[in-house]
Design a protein around this ligand. Structure first.
Ligand SMILES: [Zn+2]
Length: 280
C-alpha cells in the first residue's frame, strides 16, 4: 500500500513539474524550420524513450509528457500509450526538407561536405577512367527522361579494382543493375557511399579501410563496364533507393532521382587523388 502511495505521489509530482516545464517552454520560439531533419528517426527516438520510461522516474516522464500535457492527466501507463498514439505514423510532406543545391542556405552545407571529403578521402580507382561527360554525369537523363542519374560513372574495363574511399563498415550488398552488385558502406564520418556495378570482394558487416580493394568492376548484361558511384551525407535513414521520394536537401528536387533525400552530387569525388598518391 505504501509503495502504491509513493508511486502515485511521484506521478503527481512529475505531472506538476511537467506542467511547469510546458508553460515555460511555450514562451520559447520554435526551432528554425529550415534545418534539415529526419522526422522519421526523431519519431522513433521519441517512441523508444516512451517505451523505456519507468514509473518512478520524474526526469524521463518530464521529457515524454512535454509532448502532450493533456495525456499526463491520466495514469503514467496510459500516458505511455496515448503519447505514442498521437505521434504521426509517417512524416508529412511539410516535415521533409525541400532545398535544392543552388539555394543559398544549402550551399554552405554542400561546401562543408565537399571540403571534408577532399581533405581525407581518396579516389575509388587507381586506373584511368573515362571523362565524366554526357550520360556519365550526375543528373543526366535516364529511362527516356523519366528519371535522373543519381551518381557518376567511372568508365573502366571489367576487372578494374575498386578501392574504399575512406574507412567504414559494409552495411549492405545487393543486386543493383543487370546482374551487377552494389556495396553500401557506412563511413566512419557518418556519410554513406554506394559503389555500384561491381563484383564485391567484401561482405556485409566487414570493416573496410581507406585504400582497401573492396571489389572489381563487373560487366553488366548490356555490356557496359563502369563504377557507378553515389554519395549521401548520412543524415537520413532507410533505403538509399526510394522510388517515391521527391524532396532533396542538396540536389535539385525537380529531378526524379528516386533516392534518399540526403543524396549529394558526387562529381567532385572524381577529382580526388588515388590512395597510393596520398599514402605514398
Ligand atoms: Zn551510373
Amino acid at each position: 500500500m505504501l509503495k502504491k502511495t509513493a508511486i502515485i505521489c511521484s506521478v503527481v509530482l512529475a505531472v506538476l513539474i511537467v506542467i511547469a516545464v510546458y508553460v515555460s517552454d511555450k514562451e520559447k520560439p520554435d526551432p528554425a524550420p529550415s534545418e534539415p531533419q529526419d522526422s522519421a528517426s526523431q519519431e522513433s527516438q521519441t517512441i523508444s524513450t516512451t517505451q523505456t520510461e519507468s514509473l518512478g522516474s520524474t526526469e524521463q516522464s518530464t521529457a515524454v509528457t512535454q509532448e502532450s500535457t493533456a495525456a499526463t492527466m491520466e495514469s503514467t501507463a496510459a500516458t505511455q500509450e496515448s503519447t505514442a498514439a498521437t505521434k504521426p505514423s509517417k512524416p508529412t510532406e511539410t516535415q521533409k526538407p525541400t532545398y535544392s543545391a543552388d539555394q543559398e542556405e544549402v550551399a554552405p552545407a554542400v561546401a562543408a561536405f565537399r571540403s571534408k571529403c577532399r581533405k581525407s578521402w581518396s579516389n575509388p580507382l587507381e586506373a584511368a577512367f573515362g571523362e565524366i561527360t554526357g550520360s556519365r554525369r550526375f543528373a543526366s537523363s535516364r529511362s527516356n527522361g523519366t528519371r535522373a542519374h543519381a551518381g557518376v560513372d567511372f568508365v573502366a574495363p571489367h576487372g578494374t579494382a575498386v578501392y574504399a574511399m575512406t574507412d567504414g563498415v559494409v552495411q549492405r550488398i545487393a543486386l543493383f543493375y543487370q546482374n551487377t552488385y552494389a556495396i553500401e558502406v557506412l563511413n566512419d564520418d557518418g556519410s554513406v557511399l554506394r559503389y555500384c556495378e561491381v563484383d564485391p570482394k567484401v561482405k556485409e558487416g566487414d570493416s573496410v579501410s581507406q585504400g582497401q580493394k573492396i571489389g572489381t568492376i563487373l560487366r553488366a548484361n548490356s555490356g557496359t563496364e563502369m563504377l557507378h558511384l553515389e554519395v549521401y551525407t548520412g543524415e537520413a535513414t532507410g533505403k538509399l533507393t526510394q522510388a517515391d521520394n521527391k524532396k532533396y536537401s542538396y540536389v535539385d528536387s525537380s529531378k526524379v532521382f528516386q533516392r534518399r533525400w540526403d543524396l549529394m552530387d558526387p562529381t567532385f569525388l572524381t577529382e580526388l587523388p588515388c590512395w597510393s598518391e596520398i599514402c605514398a
